[in-house]
Design a protein around this ligand. Structure first.
Ligand code: ATP
Ligand code: MG
Length: 388
């Protein structure tokens, strides 16, 4: 009898994405995430994925924590396998859940039978095992409505499984199943949350960060790399492309009206992001923008920003309140790092009175004084790629 992990797969009825693609991607992602925790056998059958340790040195706690963060999984639990026999299941329940059974006052047994050749119905199996447990543990009383402990029995193709406490999984779709996107990662609260939300919808991400050394510090850069690292349990390994942005900002300050500075700067970010997207085969750009949060996040400013690129700009936070975004950031573990007080390149040369409703023609006129192509090419040439 071996302890293992059972995972329920989500959103299998997907239009356009077939089940096979979904499962293959999910298993590939699971295998990669499990590597640090030992050798596991991973396979899927009938909307369930099985993760079985292959030797005693496997770290099942670590593996379980990794699987809690695997997008595409709607529910999971640690379980023990046993023979497909009612008394073998009863023995497995006693051995595996004995302490829990001794500690609880009320319980029920819930059975599922994927193997229709099994000689008992689910109800008969629950009644049999429940009755025996009721006799074996005098402290226990059956309560089918509000039990302190629910014992789950599953009879599947090759074995039966016993477990308690199934919990919700990370949900979403397996990372990569919807393709790749470039995500603009600043050191703030929003962009890590936005990245997480789009990874949850099945996007593999390539991170891009703009830094303005010496106006922004080495610590600010390290903070962004740390934010990316904190996202990897959810997103898988990430590459952060660090783009030197100082020259562009200085040129904008020299040649363009101050009140347009922020939107002009953001147009350069989008142009460079699109270049990176072409290189890595990405089909969209993700940002942490939220309607009305700051001057550069009005509808007019967003329109002027995205006018320079042809890829869709995905803004998963656009309709969220700051409180809701912070809740996401706390849940995924990036909040505490995001609030460390290092400056971002966006706060360098911030205009005193930024234009709230910029007009496209005005921005284009301001940019006429610039060698856009040369500025973009120089920034792209200076990119440093860091794997986290
Ligand atoms: P965040 O909390 O993500 O920093 P914010 O509310 O501070 O967002 P802005 O600074 O206007 O808003 O940035 C809007 C979005 O632009 C960010 O969410 C991020 O996607 C992108 N962005 C801003 N600064 C940078 C940067 N230095 N590098 C990469 N992307 C950036
Ligand atoms: Mg910011």
């Amino acid at each position: 009898m071996e302890e293992m992990i059972l995972l329920k797969l989500g959103e299998l009825v997907l239009k356009g994405l077939n089940r096979r693609t979904f499962e293959d991607r999910l298993m590939g992602n699971a295998r990669r995430r499990l590597k640090p925790f030992g050798n596991f056998r991973v396979y899927a059958k009938q909307s369930t994925m099985y993760v079985e340790p292959l030797d005693a040195s496997c770290d099942l706690d670590g593996a379980y924590a990794a699987m809690q963060r695997l997008f595409g999984v709607v529910g999971l639990s640690r379980a023990r396998s046993c023979a497909k026999d009612k008394d073998a299941m009863l023995a497995a329940v006693q051995a595996y859940l004995g302490e829990r059974l001794r500690g609880a006052e009320t319980f029920k047994v819930e059975s599922k039978r994927a193997d229709k050749t099994f000689p008992m119905t689910s109800i008969q199996l629950s009644q049999y095992v429940g009755g025996e447990l009721d006799d074996l543990y005098p402290n226990l009383r059956v309560d089918v409505h509000n039990p302190a402990l629910t014992v789950h029995l599953e009879v599947r193709e090759t074995a039966a499984y016993v477990h308690a406490d199934p919990e919700p999984g990370a949900g979403g779709l397996p990372v990569g199943v919807n393709g790749r996107a470039v995500s603009l990662l600043s050191g703030g609260i929003d962009s890590p949350a936005a990245s997480w939300m789009m990874a949850k919808r099945g996007l593999a991400l390539e991170m891009v960060h703009f830094f303005s050394y010496p106006y922004t510090s080495e610590e600010a850069k390290q903070k962004v790399l740390e934010l990316a690292r904190l996202l990897t349990p959810w997103c898988g390994n990430l590459t952060v492309q660090l783009v030197p942005f100082t020259a562009i900002q200085e040129e904008l300050r020299r040649k363009c009206p101050e009140e347009l500075f922020t939107v002009l700067m953001r147009r350069f970010m989008m142009r460079i992001a699109e270049r990176v997207a072409q290189r890595v085969g990405a089909g969209a750009i993700v940002t942490g923008e939220c309607l009305g949060q700051v001057a550069s996040q009005t509808m007019e400013a967003m329109r002027c920003t995205e006018a320079v690129c042809s890829l869709p700009v995905l803004r998963p936070l656009v309709g969220m309140d700051k409180e809701e975004i912070i809740r996401v950031a706390r849940k995924i573990g990036t909040f505490e790092t995001s609030i460390l007080p290092y400056e971002d390149c966006c706060t360098v040369f911030t205009p005193r009175h930024p234009r709230l409703r910029p007009v496209l023609g005005e921005l284009e006129a301001a940019e006429a004084a610039l060698d856009i192509e040369g500025m973009v090419a120089a920034a792209v040439d200076g990119i440093e790629r860091v794997k986290v």
